[in-house]
Write a new protein. Structure first.
Length: 302
């Protein structure tokens, strides 16, 4: 099955209580693509500047990421600067430089326009909407966002949510967008905006999967070594969408397994800066951690 992603590719400067990295490779679409590439082939639509290293693009291509929809522009690549305190669940944005994103108009190549699964990673909601309009009859369109867009382009974001089947955002974003402090009430409001499925990421505490009449709770894997949570959300989404599109199955049981595969990939990602840990993962490590999650949450019915 075919999986298309549009989102950011970036240089990230990140500081956590465990260290800091300047100009590390990041971006929502980059994390997503590397993570999903462990499950399926990925079609990438994004833009980079002339300063983006060719070696990283070669790495993506070697991982079976199709770069036919990648635009290379003369300007500078998108840059994000953020910091985390001891609460690693909350990123504090220090600086956002849109650079080449300022004039970016995503073009979905003809060969990608019949993609069955589409992920609109964190990017300007108007650009997300323009990608939905260019894909013919996708089976599932899912969407992420962040506070930058909730605060700066709220109406456009709500319009985009009205065009998608599924939203994948974190708990703080549910609160900010819905105006509800209670996550259940906030989630209901977001489902009323249009999507049939909502995944709420809760950082190290796991994730919730909401549909109209059901909720599934995935645990967070207790980890001793968390160096950098940047990209955890996109890596989660890559595991989730990668698994769903590799199986072509959107049954409730498959969606639950997808939440666990998303959690597995995110749990590896936080163990290093950038996506260093995702460079060398093996299928048996992924499966081993899937079973760890299963053991962690398993208990008998009375
Ligand atoms: P996450 O930690 O999964 O929420 O996403 C982190 C990634 O999002 C980083 O690699 C950043 O480059 C990227 N990012 C940060 N701000 C934005 C923004 N306003 N638009 C698009 N991508 C962003």
């Amino acid at each position: 099955m075919s999986l298309l992603v549009v989102g950011s590719m970036a240089f990230d400067s990140v500081k956590t209580p465990y260290g800091e990295r300047e100009d590390a490779i990041g971006g929502s679409a980059t994390y997503f693509s590397v993570s999903a590439s462990y499950f399926t082939q990925v079609r990438l639509v994004a833009i980079v500047g002339s300063d983006f290293p060719q070696g990283e693009l070669d790495f993506l291509a070697d991982r079976n990421v199709d770069l036919a929809g990648l635009e290379r522009s003369e300007g500078e690549t998108f840059r994000w600067k953020g910091e985390y305190g001891y609460d690693l669940n909350t990123a504090h944005t220090l600086d956002t430089q849109l650079n080449v994103f300022q004039d970016f108009r995503p073009q979905v190549p003809a060969a990608f326009s019949e993609s069955e699964f589409v992920f609109l990673a964190n990017i300007d909601p108007e650009l997300q909407a323009s990608v939905v309009e260019q894909v013919k009859s996708p089976r599932l369109v899912a969407c992420d966002t962040m506070n930058f867009w909730i605060e700066g382009k709220r109406d456009e974001l709500i319009e985009t949510f009205g065009m998608v089947d599924m939203v994948v955002i974190n708990e703080g974003e549910v609160r900010e967008l819905s105006g509800e402090s209670n996550v259940l009430k906030g989630s209901r409001k977001i489902l009323e905006m249009g999507p049939k499925t909502l995944v709420v990421k809760q950082g190290e505490y796991g994730a919730l999967l909401f549909q109209k009449d059901s909720v599934f709770s995935a645990p967070g894997l207790p980890l001793e070594e968390i160096y950098d949570p940047t990209g955890a959300g996109d890596t989660f989404a890559g595991g989730f969408m990668g698994y769903i599109s590799s199986k072509g199955d959107m049954s409730p049981a498959a969606l639950r397994r997808a939440v666990i595969f998303g959690s597995v990939m995110a749990s590896f990602n936080v163990e290093s800066f950038s996506y260093d840990r995702l460079r060398t993962l093996t299928q048996s490590e992924i499966e081993g951690r899937y079973h760890q999650f299963s053991d962690l949450a398993h208990f008998d019915r009375l």
